[in-house]
Design a protein around this ligand. Structure first.
Ligand code: NAD
Length: 357
């Protein structure tokens, strides 16, 4: 197949890790007989410096017409003034909004070769394989925000429509069907009216369209606990924006390094946006030591969700597994032992991908 992929390297280690993701995509294309073309576009802090805009219109236009968008990370100390009117992350938020990306997918997977690097006990974290679906464009982050004129009272409104709940639960349930067949919906229905709507609509979707799934509802406070005491019990988890924000960050510590965690943001049509969950790591930027695996795994997600190349996505994920099993480590997962740089890690994945049977 032919596909056009927009590459938005961003700032800090973004360009370093995205370059490796690109090389892996090129290797996958060559191995499986596809033709991918890549276009580089500015976003974030460097786009503010060069164009006065964290999402210049040509970048947005290129993303709209691409088959998938792969982003590094944005931000850095030079743009970190909280009072600034234009900030790097505004580019990312605008991009998600403009592309209508309402579903944020975050796989949380432990790697056997790295379980000792997790802050949790090996027995708890071994075998973890969760796919989170976080609603991304609704809920309390997008509801009415109010502060009284004397500053003594504030209000943030959490609102969901049944349409918003229905579409994200449907996506999550469809993913569960392709995986181990279990769906967990997280809410706070014992207290919040909005969660009661969430729970009712989620149950309707499952009953009407996905009755083959094992389905459960869990309160968000209990889920925070279960995630670190019995994470292997979960397959696909779906929740609203704020609960998902907190739970996915909690879950991200399970595998042991931010450098391993990929994400996808999807809408109903148009390209998905794929990015590592880590930031620009200013402390190590420019040194060639960043872990590119999160970016490479994000590229695999792009092949799976935007290009319908499941076999190719799995091949990249298997290559990452093989490399980790072989003991090849970047500094963040080396636990003090020898480690390779960003480019060598990318090359190791490519070699494993090419030599896979
Ligand atoms: P960070 O994720 O950039 O770094 C946290 C720690 O993890 C650092 O010690 C860093 O060296 C390490 N780390 C992160 N990614 C790594 C990788 N691939 N390989 C090896 N080590 C890695 O978070 P931060 O320090 O809080 O933020 C730095 C900047 O990134 C800030 O300007 C922040 O706004 C921005 N940020 C951007 C995004 C995004 O673009 N999606 C997300 C988070 C933070």
């Amino acid at each position: 197949m032919e596909a056009r992929i927009a590459l938005l390297p961003g700032d800090g280690i973004g360009p370093e890790v995205l370059q490796e993701a690109r090389r892996v995509l090129e290797a996958a294309a060559s191995r499986f007989g596809h033709s991918f073309t890549f276009e580089l576009h500015p976003v974030g802090g460097n786009a503010i410096d060069d164009y006065g805009d964290p999402l210049p219109p040509p970048t947005l236009e290129a993303c709209r017409t691409a088959d998938a968008v792969l982003l590094g990370a944005v931000g850095g100390p030079q743009w970190d003034d909280p009072e600034a009117k234009i900030r790097p992350e505004m580019g990312l938020l605008a991009l998600r909004k403009e592309l209508g990306l309402y579903a944020n997918l975050r796989p949380i997977k432990s790697y056997e070769a790295l379980v000792h690097g997790s802050p949790l006990k090996k027995e708890i974290v071994s075998g973890v394989d969760i796919l989170f679906f976080r609603e991304l464009t609704g809920g309390i982050y997008f509801g009415e925000q109010y502060t009284s004129s004397d500053g003594s009272l504030a209000r943030s409104v959490m609102e969901y429509s049944s349409k918003e709940v229905r579409r994200i639960v449907r996506l999550a349930a469809a993913a569960a069907r392709e995986r181990r067949g279990k769906l967990t919906s997280v809410d706070k229905a014992n207290v919040l009216e909005v969660s009661r709507l969430w729970r009712r609509v989620a149950a309707e979707v499952v009953t009407e369209e996905f009755s083959d799934l094992e389905y459960e509802v869990v309160l968000v406070d209990a889920m925070a606990m279960h995630l670190v005491t019995r994470p292997t019990d979960f397959d696909v988890v779906v929740s609203g924006n704020m609960f998902g924000d907190i739970l996915t960050d909690e879950g991200s510590v399970l595998p042991g390094s931010m450098g391993l965690l990929a994400s996808a943001s999807l809408g109903d049509k148009g390209p998905g946006l794929y990015e590592p969950i880590h930031g620009t790591a200013p402390d190590i930027a420019g040194r060639g030591i960043a872990n590119p695996l999160a970016a490479i795994l994000s590229a695999a997600m792009a092949m799976r969700h935007s290009l319908a190349l499941e076999k190719e996505a799995e091949a990249v994920e298997n290559a990452v597994n093989t490399v980790l099993d072989a003991g090849i480590r970047t500094i963040d997962i080396a636990a003090g032992s020898t480690h390779v740089g960003t480019v060598d890690m990318g090359s190791a994945v490519i070699e494993s991908l090419i030599n896979q049977r």
